[in-house]
Ligand binder design. Structure first.
Ligand code: ZN
Length: 191
């Protein structure tokens, strides 16, 4: 077991596109175990390989409740094959200590990936679930996309980064998501 050093926002590797994993070697297995330990140690619900300095397509998630048994899931070479609905919620990231920002997400996703034994699996994350958000958040890391890029309010994001002594927002990286925003604002009107 090893606790790995986290890559913080501002380091270039967080913005790089990660490579597919071609063989699940001993090294990959150890890395996955260390990533799980590192995620628990930092009270995270997910961690992607680029966050520990490895630009390869793997992430780990555990969305179990504190009273439930541990349930870590390893995703290798994941692909989101279906996404529906829209939601928004404050999110954080282990690479952005103490910064929380309201971001847009699909409310439901279906993902295809390979586990540590090399076995393919498909997982559906229920509409509006933490798992659905975590999968999108971690999967984005593999493409160099960060949660702040999905921010609904750029001023809130700027403030959250500033208050936590993090580098400024990269406005050119922000993603315009009119299809998600439309659903979210309609739901807000009806509240
Ligand atoms: Zn993250």
């Amino acid at each position: 077991m090893a606790i790995l050093k986290l890559v913080k926002y501002g380091e270039e590797s967080l913005r790089q596109k990660s490579k597919e994993i071609s063989k699940i070697s001993k090294k990959i297995k150890t890395l996955a175990e260390d990533m799980i330990d590192t995620m628990y140690k930092n009270n995270g619900v997910g961690l992607a390989a680029p966050q520990v300095g490895e630009n390869i397509r793997m992430f780990v998630i555990d969305v179990s409740e504190p009273k439930e048994p541990y349930n870590p899931i390893v995703f290798i070479n994941p692909k989101i094959i279906k996404k529906e609905g829209a939601t928004h919620e404050k999110e954080g990231c282990l690479s952005f200590p103490n910064a929380f920002v309201d971001v847009r997400r699909y409310s439901y996703v279906k993902v295809k990936a390979v586990n540590l034994s090399g076995k393919p699996f498909i997982m559906e994350a229920k509409d509006g679930s933490l798992l659905a958000r975590a999968i999108q958040h971690e999967n984005d890391h593999l493409d160099g996309i960060l949660f702040i890029d999905h921010s609904r309010n750029v001023f809130e994001a700027i403030k959250a980064l500033e208050e936590n002594n993090l580098p400024p927002i990269q406005k050119e990286k922000m993603i315009d998501e009119p299809e998600l925003e439309e659903i979210i604002s309609k739901a807000e009107e009806n509240e």
